[in-house]
Design a protein around this ligand. Structure first.
Ligand code: ARG
Ligand code: ZN
Length: 475
């Protein structure tokens, strides 16, 4: 109705007989409210996300009851470029009790994994959506058959959110292109511990319930959000980073897995190694969650990676490298996942090379020879995925990593080092596309790398020209 008023005012000012000199300046017409879109048109997950708004902050207050049910309120602070008559969030399962927008009750409907909200008054500028909900969260099954989202554990539950599982435990704009800061308050029976991302702000017990308040001060994609409630041994320490910076480390280890001392000791070393390679650690807290959950993968949950059992060194290196590549520098679209996994896999090779393993070039040659032109390793091409089930396949990880080694081989050590650091620094806390990386590589080297990347990233099958160990490919 704001728009109606505006046009009425304009109409009045133009009434015949109104003294021309006294006519007020016509106010700039307020844009009419629009309905936000119900998808961000991600190339692999066309159903995710909503448009018309940008989430700035999520405040999640979640109470967990023994038995596996939750009662929660998620408060979303967002901004709309144009007034919104309707906005769409992602939410899978659970029962919504009440939605308000800027404090006023809003109508809502559930459609599959969508929560469509109609505010009483158009949401404009900065606005707040509060969603109260409850229920027993469901586990999400990914296109590759893996579990994510809310996963019940032996003593509680853990929520892992890549790619889309975040929607099983809080309503959100579930696309990596809409990053926001987070406050997560988890209340659970006091014998349980509760982990999330970032720094612990407080931990208070009342009436047998403990509330753990976590804050993620740097922007985070929803897929990197973490929640782990259960019996854990909790270790707190500090890590000294480059430049005299000290950050807190919180590590949660499932009892029965030992104290994970070797991994807790390795964590600061790997962080310092990675800072030397990639530049400043982008966050202000660290740690790990180590638990036998049975999902079969580790995950780079922001600041506090998750490990499905005590990790080996390479897995720890991989998930920590993601803090730079993936968590801080985040792909806009799931089709650019190689920017995460190729980089983290390459980081493993770099770390191994610096710690007594083969050189990255030796590892490249070994992989190249062991996987003939028709091998599954080479198809689909890493940046040309069409099936979301291929998101975490070896072309994305291994071929993605080999692409970076082929690039280093082509442009040389020094330019490669400059490129990796510039990518992390210039795009810190941002969202990116493969084209941004290619553009930076060309700027950094002053070379046209179009043919190189077309072959390595977009053409299926093994790139030719590396058969002979001594031969340098030139295009
Ligand atoms: N990003 C994780 C890693 O490489 C793997 C996630 C696997 N998820 C899945 N649904 N298969 O560390
Ligand atoms: Zn990874």
């Amino acid at each position: 109705w704001a728009a109606l008023l505006t046009s009425t005012a304009v109409g009045l000012a133009l009434l015949p007989g109104a003294p021309a000199a006294a006519a007020p300046a016509v106010p700039a017409a307020k844009p009419a409210p629009v309905a936000g879109g119900q998808s961000v048109d991600d190339s692999l997950f066309p159903e995710i996300g909503g448009t018309g708004y940008d989430v700035r902050h999520y405040g999640i207050a979640l109470t967990y009851a023994t038995g596996g049910t939750i009662k929660a309120t998620t408060t979303i602070q967002a901004r709309a470029a144009r007034p919104l008559s309707e906005l769409t969030l992602d939410l899978e399962g659970l029962s919504v009790d009440r939605v308000t927008v800027d404090g006023r009750r809003a109508r809502f409907v559930r459609r599959d994994t969508k929560l469509v909200v109609t505010p009483a008054r158009a949401a404009s500028g900065r606005f707040t959506v509060e969603v109260r909900y409850h229920g027993r969260p469901t586990t999400h099954i990914d296109p590759d058959g893996a579990k994510d989202g809310w996963v019940p554990s032996a003593t509680g539950a853990t929520a892992l959110s890549e790619p889309v599982g975040a929607q099983t435990w809080f309503p959100n704009n579930n696309t990596p292109r809409d990053k926001a800061t987070f406050d997560v308050a988890i209340t659970a029976p006091k014998k349980l511990a509760a982990a999330s991302n970032g720094e612990l702000r407080s931990r208070r017990t009342r009436d047998g319930q403990t509330t753990w308040r976590w804050r993620q001060r740097q922007p985070m994609a929803t897929y990197l959000s973490l929640l782990a409630i259960g019996r854990f041994d909790v270790y707190r320490s500090t890590v000294a980073l480059a430049g005299g910076r000290t950050i807190p480390a919180w590590t949660f280890v499932e009892p029965g897995l030992g104290s994970a001392k070797a991994q807790r000791d390795l964590l600061p070393k790997v962080l310092r190694f990675s800072e030397k390679q990639y530049g400043r650690y982008p966050f202000s807290a660290t740690g790990m969650v180590i638990q036998d959950l049975g999902v079969g993968y580790a995950l780079e949950t922001q600041t506090r990676p998750f490990f499905d059992g005590v990790p080996d060194d390479a897995t720890l290196v991989h998930e920590l490298a993601h803090q730079w590549y993936g968590d801080s520098v985040t792909p806009r679209d799931w089709g650019d996942i190689w920017l995460n996994e190729g980089f983290a896999t390459y980081a493993e090779a770099n770390y191994a090379a610096e710690h007594g393993g083969p050189t990255t070039w030796q590892a490249f040659q070994q992989a190249y020879r062991a996987n003939g032109p028709g091998s599954d390793l080479w198809s689909p091409a890493p940046a040309a995925l069409t099936n979301p089930a291929d998101l975490f396949g070896s072309p994305v990880y291994e071929r993605g990593g080999l692409t970076l080694e082929a690039l280093r081989h082509r442009i040389g050590d020094e330019k490669m080092r400059t490129l990796l650091r510039a990518w992390a620094r210039q795009q810190a806390h941002g969202v990116v596309a493969t084209s941004d990386f290619i553009a930076l590589a060309e700027r950094t080297t002053g070379e046209n790398l179009g043919a190189f990347f077309a072959t390595w990233l977009y053409q299926e099958g093994r790139p030719a020209g590396y058969e002979d160990a001594g031969v340098t490919r030139v295009a």
